[in-house]
Design a protein around this ligand. Structure first.
Ligand SMILES: [Zn+2]
Length: 183
């Protein structure tokens, strides 16, 4: 069981050789880049990750990271709790060439050394699951008022470019769906 602050630098090759698994919780505040993207850094991140070696001898890190975090709804500007969940399928690669050679269903994490920053890796994973435009998932208490008063900042910004297509708006949902499909 892992609790408290996670070690930043870990010897990923050693952990892969030992096929180590980590299950536990760490405070959101121990992941500073994630904390900056949230309304506050309260709450915990739950990890279930396993280290192994790929066919090519690279370190593979698989598992799930999840957290309940505080975000500000962009419709009503009130804080709400958002569940984040990310499935990890990460291969540690030495550089861009090895990154390009990975399978489509694998993510690469570039690290040319024995020690990698677990904090950075977890931040990257969880930041991807933070919605681009946070909103109350179900009933937003301020939605009706806000809609009548103001069409919203986001739509105005889109109009400047003359293009309302937002390719990343549904990304977080797509990730969540992918998670469900896998399990
Ligand atoms: Zn709201």
């Amino acid at each position: 069981m892992l609790t408290g602050p996670i070690p930043d630098l870990i010897d990923h090759r050693k952990l892969a050789n030992q096929q180590r698994e980590f299950n536990g919780s760490v405070p959101v505040s121990s992941l500073p880049r994630l904390g900056e993207a949230l309304a506050d850094d309260s709450g915990d991140v739950h990890l279930e990750i396993a280290f192994s070696r790929s066919e090519l001898g690279q370190t593979r890190i698989t598992g799930t990271v999840s957290a309940s975090v505080s975000l500000v709804c962009q419709k009503c500007l009130n804080p709400y709790t958002q569940s984040l969940k990310s499935s990890l399928q990460v291969v540690v690669v030495p550089g861009e060439d090895a990154l390009a050679a990975l399978d489509d269903d694998e993510d690469g994490f570039i690290c040319g050394e024995d020690h990698l920053s677990l904090v950075e890796l977890l931040e990257d994973e969880l930041l991807l699951s933070v919605p681009m435009i946070p909103r109350h998932p179900a009933a937003c208490p301020g939605a009706e008022v806000q809609n009548k008063a103001d069409p919203g900042e986001a739509s105005r910004e889109d109009d400047i470019g003359g293009d309302t297509y937002r390719p990343f708006a549904g990304l977080a949902d797509a990730f969540k769906k992918a998670d469900k499909d896998q399990t």
